[in-house]
Design a protein around this ligand. Structure first.
Ligand code: ARG
Length: 550
């Protein structure tokens, strides 16, 4: 990366570590550093040393800052690269030979797919696409919540209804399952013995009891059918859906290893893990009745992933409410000494709230994701016209995704329909609209620029907005890399929104098709093409479609 190259140049010149930044205003150069102020060195002296580098057109000192202006050929050459590389522009092979496992989505069966899992799915998929773009081998794993004591409750309740009310399990919907679960809780409040019954059912399930297994399997199928519909609406496909139940027969050796390494001890019948110096609160590994836990299943999952995929990084895209849990989990792996050189990361996401505090829902206060997505598509129809269903889907779903991705993942996000679908603001539809605009310009011109002599263009005579666009196009790689390093897709959004705004200024100020000379026209078309391509590449990483017309 250019930034590092310049930092290294400075470091070699002054034997001090330097950081360079991109000034907001190009009048202060393409890069700038305050190292002279920090290290109390004469800035002119540093500037003089660096002037000779073939990278720079000029190196200027202003108020102690050293500003670097890149040679214009750099930007022109970059535009040629966009034209040449197209959908590969910005991709790289920095991740070559490295593997990342991305644990995302992870909905719980027998419950409807909620807004929280939506965030995980959207952010996780963007991280997946981003790392793939950078040459990593990516493994997506949907750690379905399909095991745990709650299923004992559900099975108990279903079994009762089968006996007493001739309930037909295969006719149930996910809403029914949710209702039965709530019913159980109400009844257990009156009659706490039911909890023992439920525990017994989960125990049976863990021991492989046929009837328990059958009911559980039916619940799982009903749920998976629902989830499949949502994934199809979202246009998401996850490589693996192993789920918690996959690890049922893989937990015992982990439990033994935990005991052997003296990492767990019995307390009131349960097996508990305490952390050194009590730096983290303790956690139950196995319940007193021998029932396994989410925690033990996660340890078995890690063991499996390490062996199967030999990853360099494992990331979890899960809500902020599990922050402490992931600290405990990662610490346990550390204590087990399993994977000293594997990086574990919990990419936190905040809650999603609606502006009015309420989403449109079918019933009660559970937010049904499918309703939100359908509402998005309906609202998008108002933007894109009633007729084109596919377009409404692309715009509506894109809008929901962009709303999520454009804010830092750790923050709570507000669901405000006006903002999400605003064609003028920082929204998915705005970017799609800008992309469609670039395509319509190119269409009017009779197609994409092919043989543009970009190296014949004189940078100095370009209009200001053309220079700005040209420069901004060259920042794409940096935005991508920063987003990947910090697991922050919002950095791609910031970048591409800014680029789109500059393009729209250019579009309004400049006669693209009625240029003075053929070279000028071809150059402007090349810029238009470049912007379109970079918007499209960004949206593709974000998991958002780029329709040609809007
Ligand atoms: N099913 C979990 C939940 O809804 C998320 C799973 C996250 N992944 C993991 N390996 N724990 O909270």
């Amino acid at each position: 990366m250019l930034r590092e190259e310049i930092e290294n140049l400075i470091e070699r010149a002054i034997h001090k570590k330097a950081f360079v930044e991109r000034p907001d205003d190009f009048n202060y150069g393409d890069f700038s550093t305050n190292v002279a102020i920090k290290e109390k060195i004469d800035p002119q002296e540093i500037a003089d040393k660096l002037k000779e580098s073939p990278l720079f057109e000029k190196v200027e000192v202003v108020n102690g800052f050293i500003n670097f202006f890149l040679k214009p050929e750099h930007f022109l050459e970059n535009l040629s690269q966009v034209l040449k590389q197209k959908e590969e522009y910005g991709s790289s092979n920095v991740g070559k030979g490295k593997t990342i496992v991305i644990d995302y989505s992870g909905p719980n069966i027998a419950k409807s797919f909620g807004i929280g899992h939506l965030r995980s799915t959207i952010i996780g998929q963007a991280i997946y696409n981003l790392y793939k773009f950078l040459g990593y081998k990516c493994i997506g794993d949907n750690h379905l919540g399909d095991w745990g004591t709650q299923f004992g409750k559900l099975i108990f309740q279903i079994e009762l209804k089968i006996k007493n009310e001739k309930l037909k399990i295969h006719e149930l919907t996910i809403d029914d399952l949710e209702r039965l679960y709530v019913e159980f809780h109400k009844e257990a409040e009156q009659n706490p013995v039911l909890n023992d019954e439920a525990r017994a059912w989960f125990k049976k399930l863990e021991d492989g009891d046929k009837k328990a297994k059958e009911i559980w399997q039916a619940c799982k199928e009903i749920s998976l059918k629902e989830f499949a519909r949502i994934y199809s609406l979202l246009g998401v496909k996850i490589d693996n859906t192993l789920g918690e139940s996959f690890y049922v027969d893989k937990m015992q050796p982990i439990f033994e290893e935990m005991k052997d390494k003296d990492l767990t001890k019995q307390s009131e019948g349960a097996w508990v893990v305490e952390f050194p110096n009590n730096e983290l609160s303790s956690l139950v590994l196995m319940k007193s009745d021998g029932a396994t836990t989410y925690y033990l299943r996660d340890l078995a999952t890690i063991k499996y992933r390490l062996k199967k995929w030999k990853p360099n990084i494992i990331v979890y895209e899960v809500g902020v409410d599990q922050s402490l849990y992931f600290k405990q989990l990662f610490k346990t792996v550390d204590l087990l000494g399993w994977a000293k050189d594997v990086r574990f990361e919990h990419i936190v996401h905040g809650l999603m709230r609606s502006k009015t505090g309420k989403f449109s829902t079918r019933k009660g206060d559970t937010i049904h994701l499918e309703d939100v997505l359908k509402e998005a598509i309906n609202k998008a129809k108002e933007l894109s016209g009633e007729k084109n269903k596919e377009l409404a889907k692309q715009v509506g779903i894109g809008a929901v995704k962009y709303n999520d991705l454009s804010q830092h993942h750790s923050r709570d996000i507000v669901f405000d329909w006006d903002k999400i679908l605003n064609l003028k603001g920082n929204s998915g539809p705005y970017l799609q609209y800008t992309f469609a605009r670039t395509q319509s310009v190119l269409e009017k011109a009779g197609g994409s620029p092919t043989s543009v002599k970009i190296n014949k263009v004189d940078f100095e005579v370009l209009e200001e907005i053309e220079k700005i666009l040209l420069k901004k196009l060259s920042h794409f790689n940096e935005a991508i890399e920063q987003a990947a390093i910090t697991f922050s897709p919002n950095l791609i959004c910031n970048y591409v929104f800014d680029l789109a705004q500059s393009f729209n200024l250019f579009y309004n100020e400049i006669q693209i098709l009625k240029a003075d000379t053929e070279l000028q026209k071809q150059f402007r078309l090349a810029l238009t093409f470049g912007v379109g391509q970079v918007i499209k590449n960004s949206l593709t990483i974000l998991g958002i479609e780029s329709p040609n017309k809007m």
